[in-house]
Ligand binder design. Structure first.
Ligand code: NDP
Length: 461
């Protein structure tokens, strides 16, 4: 049940029982608010380099997004050999403004479409994990249906000439600026609204330092529309993920418009990344047990990540292939396809095994797994995928990251930004989750680490 619905006085009370019921509800709500205030965790341990690191990342992330467009575009791609002469970067293409009405209309129009679609399209109802006060929130999950609605609306709109997907190329920078502005504005709203009464705060985002808390996110599950619209789950799954796919397809459409064909490397990246997006939306309930939803508050880190970083930097490979002809032999293409298949097999196998085990440990597909019983009450899997290393799902994800970059050929390092950045992110994320698990499980986590020795890559790390 949504937090606000839990707090709302009962409207079903009738006649003489009404006053008693209202008093009882008010007392419950008041004591629940007091409990929340009492239980509101104070952050005692900084991550990301503390307030200075958080502030630096808050400023730097948009600059990295612009830099990738500045360093690699239709006018050229970064060349280290020219660095000393100052000509290493092509700069922003002249006909691509940093801000335009068309770009703003496209970006905000897309956001408006997804907000309305998420609100009106029916979805499955799933309960999240237990909150600190023992209650669980119910989530509406309809990301896959929003994707389907986007496909239908896109087909109709394109046929009718209302919009041209290829225009994302010329509007790329101005759409980026529009979304950067939106991400800062949303984060400011999230920070300010987290001070309202009765909010459940994230353990890591309540340090009292404004720059740090703004970045990490104070409130765990901010909701609007009387609790019916969960902002974090919506942003995690819908506008950014589907927006990323649209950018990829837009670059493919632009290639078709330019040369009358879509190249094999472009098709590969679109298919691989499209499969990743579809997989995430098809397995939507799995998001509810991820660190982002269960542990992190909703602040700039996730808002910017979801709305800007994912679509505008993850689409770099398609943008690169559009601007730079890449030719690969059939043997290369087959090898890259094999890398993608292996990565997906590991990634999906591991995530599904854990989800299945957490949902129904008696399911025949996971019943045989060896486990470690913990004092916390839950079991940790120590065989199967989760016996290979502690974050074998990250390993699968990273293998796929290679398959998304390799179609860009070997002329430039810039399109390999994703696989490099993602490797760093996953090492850092493994460390964060390890610390969180040590806190959750205490000595049991140490026992688990003694059994499953490697973090991300068996026998290496
Ligand atoms: P996980 O799905 O790995 O969840 C970690 C949690 O799983 C732990 O806190 C613990 O929680 C539980 N757990 C850990 N080990 C075990 C075990 N042996 N047995 C049972 N439960 C265990 O992490 P994330 O939420 O970080 O990632 C989810 C997916 O999202 C991953 O595949 C990742 O690659 C992907 N991802 C992708 C990103 C991208 O930008 N493309 C960014 C970040 C993540 P508990 O015990 O409390 O249940």
């Amino acid at each position: 049940m949504p937090a606000s619905a839990r707090r709302a006085p009962s409207t079903r009370a009738r006649g003489s029982s009404r006053g008693v019921a209202e008093r009882a509800t008010t007392t419950r709500a008041a004591s629940s608010e007091k409990a929340r205030a009492r239980d509101a965790p104070t952050t005692t341990h900084y991550e990301f380099g503390g307030p200075i690191g958080a502030l630096a990342i808050t400023v730097a992330l948009p600059l990295v997004c612009y830099f990738l467009a500045y360093a690699c575009n239709e006018d050229g791609c970064a060349e280290v050999s020219k660095l000393a002469r100052g000509g290493a970067f092509p700069g922003f293409p002249k006909h691509m403004p940093l801000w335009s009405v068309d770009g703003a209309v496209a970006a905000y129009g897309w956001m408006a479409f997804t907000v309305v679609a998420h609100a009106v399209i029916p979805g499955q109802k799933k309960q999240g994990v237990a909150l600190p006060d023992g209650t669980r929130l119910t989530y509406k999950l309809n990301g896959f249906r929003v994707l389907a609605a986007t496909a239908v609306a896109g087909a109709i709109g394109t046929k009718a000439g209302w919009f041209d997907l290829a225009s994302v190329h010329d509007n790329f920078l101005s759409m980026l600026t529009a979304m950067v502005v939106l991400a800062y504005a949303l984060s400011a709203y999230l920070y300010a609204s987290s001070f309202a009464k009765g909010k459940t705060l994230a353990k890591g985002g309540n340090s009292g330092n404004a720059a740090y808390d703004f970045f990490i996110g104070r409130e765990l599950n901010p909701r609007i529309l009387n609790g019916a619209f969960d902002l974090k789950v919506f942003c995690e799954l819908t506008p950014g993920l589907i927006g990323w796919l649209l950018l990829d397809l837009g670059f493919a459409a632009k290639q078709y418009a330019r040369v009358g064909a879509v190249s094999a490397p472009m098709i590969m990246v679109c298919v691989f990344q499209g499969a990743y997006v579809i997989d995430a939306l098809w397995n939507e309930p799995a998001i509810l047990t991820t660190m982002d939803i269960t542990t992190d508050g909703f602040g700039f880190m996730l808002a910017f990540g979801d709305l800007v970083w994912v679509p505008f930097t993850y689409s770099l490979q398609c943008r690169y292939i559009l601007e730079h002809a890449v030719e690969l032999s059939n043997a290369h293409l087959v090898a890259i396809f094999a890398v993608q298949c292996v990565g997906y097999w590991v990634f999906r196998g591991a995530n599904s095994q854990k989800n299945l085990f957490r949902t129904n440990p008696n399911d025949p597909r996971v019943k045989h797994l060896k486990t470690l019983q913990t004092k916390r009450g839950t079991k940790l899997i120590v065989s199967g995928w989760w016996g290979v290393c502690r974050h074998v799902n990250y390993l699968g994800d990273w293998i796929m990251a290679w398959a998304w970059c390799l179609p860009c050929g070997f002329s430039h390092l810039v399109p390999y930004f994703y696989v490099i950045y993602f490797g760093i992110l996953l090492v850092h994320r493994d460390g964060r989750d390890g610390e969180a698990c040590e806190e959750k499980y205490g000595d049991d986590w140490k026992k688990y680490c003694a059994i499953v020795k490697y973090r991300l890559i068996p026998y290496i790390y």
